[in-house]
Design a protein around this ligand. Structure first.
Ligand SMILES: O=C(O)c1ccccc1NCC(=O)[C@H](O)[C@H](O)COP(=O)(O)O
Length: 209
């Protein structure tokens, strides 16, 4: 079944809508400078809300801290305080940062633009972590173009960038990722989640063949 992550959540109501509608993962932006940025203390409350909602539904939820170009020390401290399961690295973090986070007990998602993924793999780079392929500007609501991605990854990967309830089915049919990730496409305005769009996205993603 398609793995679905709803990202950039900042209220308990939006977290509950995502979990109750069947999201596999919920993400909180702990990188500075975004309208979706939350502090570690609020993220910890949102993590608790996600786990409570998942427990009520009798299932599990993966909680994800989204970071970008912060030091390992800062990322580890934020992730620990927030109490997340997973750290999503969205910048130019070295492989050593991912290794150290894994060593500290976190799961890691490596987010790359489709173009950067294509460049790295051409040099023989590979990642032990789950890959998320995104547009050049994360959280912008933009799709990457087909010619930026050479061959999609062979193993599990998730598609992000410009997805919405309207286009997720067509995007998954075309690229066949193992998962999808959305933020802007479930917002009424930048940084403001729309509970109806969250539910509609989950419903559309769950009916992709
Ligand atoms: O959302 C942000 O503002 C953000 C800031 C810094 C690093 C990452 C950020 N977002 C990552 C995501 O929300 C998703 O993984 C993905 O890029 C979805 O983007 P969208 O095109 O908005 O659906």
């Amino acid at each position: 079944m398609l793995w679905v992550k709803i990202c950039g959540l900042s209220t308990p109501e939006a977290v509950e809508a995502a979990v109750e509608s069947g999201a596999d993962a919920v993400g909180f932006v702990l990188a500075p400078g975004s309208p979706r940025t939350v502090g570690a203390a609020l993220a910890a409350r949102l993590v608790a809300a996600a786990r409570d909602a998942a427990a009520r539904a009798g299932r599990e939820i993966e909680t994800v801290a989204v970071v970008r170009d912060q030091t390992l020390e800062e990322v580890a401290a934020l992730a620990r305080e927030a109490g997340v399961d997973t750290v999503q690295l969205h910048g130019d973090e070295p492989d050593a940062t991912a290794d150290a986070l894994r060593g500290a007990g976190f799961r890691v998602i490596r987010a790359l633009s489709a173009g950067e993924y294509t460049r790295r793999t051409a040099t023989g780079w590979s990642s032990p972590d789950r890959l998320l392929l995104d547009a050049a500007v994360p959280g912008s609501g933009e799709r990457f173009s087909d010619d930026e991605l050479g061959a999609p990854p062979a193993g599990f990967w998730a598609l992000a960038g410009g997805l919405s309830p309207q286009n997720v089915g067509e995007a998954v049919a075309a690229l066949r990722p193992g998962g999808v990730d959305v933020s802007s496409g479930v917002e009424s305005s930048r940084g403001v989640k729309d509970l109806g769009l969250i539910r509609a996205f989950l419903q559309a993603a769950r009916t992709v063949l």
